[in-house]
Every structure is written in C-alpha cells, then in structure tokens.
Design a protein around this ligand. Structure first.
Ligand code: SF4
Ligand code: SF4
Length: 279
C-alpha cells in the first residue's frame, strides 16, 4: 500500500512563510468536513517555520526548519485517544472532527506540539496534509505546492520504498524517538550540529596577510575526523560536528608542512578558534 511521506530540506528553506500562508489560505474560514473545521484566524499554526543561528560574527549561518504534524506511524496521539484519531491507509493521521470537539486533552497528546486548540470552535485541530485535496486527486498539499524552493516535498510510495529513499538520501527525523514520523528532514546538520571556525594569517614586516589554501585537519587521538582548506580570506569552517562532542586536535599545514597544532573543545555552541598566525 502506498503511503504519503513528507520531506523537508533545511538547505533549501529560506523562511519565506509561503507554506504557512498557503495553509492559512486553505483552512481559515473554510470548513472541510468531515476532515476538519476551519482554522482559527489568529494563534493557530498548523505548519510553522523557525529560525536557527549557528556561530558568531563574522562567520554566522542562519537556517530554517519548517515543521507540521509528522503523521507518525506509531502516533502517540492515536495511542492516547484511539477513538478521536483516524489513521488512514495512506498514512495520514487525522483528528475526528466530532470527537476532537470539546476535548482539550488531545492537545497534550502530541509530543511535538502539533495539535492546537481552536478557541472559537472549542475543538482540537492539526495539519490534515490537505487530505480533502488529495482525495480529489491533488498530488501534494497546499504548503508543498506553495514552496518556491521545493524545500518541502511529498512522496507517495510504500514504506519499503521510502526506507530505501531514507537510507539513500540520509533523511532523518526532526527529533529522536520511536514514533516513526512520516515527516523526515534532509540537511538537518544545519541546525543540530556545530562547526569550528577561524582564520589563518601570516605576518611579515609587521603586516598580517590572510593565508589561503592552508590545510586544516581535525582529528582525535590520531584519528582523522574532517578537514577544510582556507579560502581567499584565510577563513575556514569544519562543519557537521555533533554538539558536546568534546576535545579535538586541530592542525594547520601549508604545502604539506605542519605549521600549528592546538586542541579545540566542542560544546553546545560553535567554537571560534580566532585568528591563528603561522609565522
Ligand atoms: S506529530 Fe503529533 S499530532 Fe501528528 S501524528 Fe504524531 S503525535 Fe499525532
Ligand atoms: S515555503 Fe518552503 S522555503 Fe518558504 S518557509 Fe515554507 S518550507 Fe521554507
């Protein structure tokens, strides 16, 4: 049986909020029963985009994460409220519009905060993956259709085919756990890992000059971890390091000759090793 799967790419999302606007356009003021009642005009966001910063000036990076209901295979909301949750054969998880009415407790059943309370209608609500449109023959929900950079996409395939795609494209859940979300992310290292950054200079006659093409190697206990080459400005970045991964050795070489070695501690934030002079 083919199921719907959602892929988010953190390398493509620019935080334009088109997906959110499309969702609001589709659901505010429109009852799509029996799928869902209309979304509240203010306060509810069935899809949301958050901004994440890494590093400090001058080497900073901003990335965005867009998230919605994960349409979990092993859904905690379904376990907590089996009568109020509909798990369709195509993988889409819906709230039963009648049984969600007046049931504030359902909101707490989603560990990701993706079930919302509609004060006007006194009902619990969430992303339906535009099931009303898919059932009419649409290939994708409004948020995906509206994304100008294809940071969001949907794939309809069997779970086995999606498992193969997940392995091939290194897709990951947005958070760890055993709920088996159908929303997976690509390039999530942009928000959940850190990088070491710095710059290499040489000094002659009291003048510092940026050192391009220097080879920066990160290792631990003699084992190679990653490397980078300094750019025209002498700057480098060693990316995709797990947060709180501890102590490493950083070595700078030029034309195969080692010029500098120091230890670097990787904690919660991106370590800045500053400007290293290799006279
Ligand atoms: S993300 Fe939350 S609301 Fe969606 S299926 Fe999983 S537990 Fe339920
Ligand atoms: S529309 Fe696409 S690029 Fe824009 S915020 Fe949403 S996911 Fe990101």
């Amino acid at each position: 049986m083919e199921k719907m799967h959602i892929i988010f790419d953190a390398d493509k999302c620019v935080g334009c909020f088109n997906c959110q606007l499309a969702c609001q356009d589709e659901f505010i003021g429109n009852d799509w029963l029996p799928y869902t009642e209309s979304q509240e005009k203010h306060g509810e966001k069935w899809i949301k985009t958050t901004r994440h910063e890494r590093g400090r000036a001058p080497i900073t990076e901003v990335a965005f994460v867009t998230e919605m209901c994960r349409h979990c295979q092993n859904a905690p909301c379904e376990k907590a409220f089996p009568d109020a949750v509909i798990h369709r054969d195509d993988g889409i998880v819906l709230l039963n519009a009648q049984k969600a009415k007046g049931n504030r407790e359902i909101v707490k059943a989603c560990p990701y905060g993706m079930i919302h309370w509609n004060e006007e209608r006194q009902t619990a609500q969430k992303c339906t993956l535009c099931a009303h449109l898919l059932d009419e023959g649409w290939n994708e929900p409004r948020c995906v259709q509206a994304c100008p950079l294809r940071a969001l996409s949907v794939v309809k395939c069997t779970d086995e085919e999606f498992a193969a795609l997940t392995a091939k494209q290194h897709l990951k859940p947005l958070e760890p756990g055993s709920n088996q979300p159908r929303l997976l992310g690509r390039n999530l290292y942009k928000v959940n890992t850190v990088y070491i950054y710095g710059a290499i200079v040489t000094r002659a006659d009291g003048v510092e000059r940026a050192m391009g093409d220097a080879n920066i190697v990160l290792s631990r206990s003699g084992e190679f971890i990653t490397s980078a080459i300094t750019d025209f400005f002498g700057e480098f970045k060693l990316d995709r390091l797990p947060k709180n991964s501890g102590e490493f050795e950083l070595t700078v070489s030029v034309n195969g000759v080692e010029k500098h070695c120091q230890s670097v501690f990787v904690g919660e934030e991106c370590p800045d090793v500053g400007v290293i002079c290799i006279d």
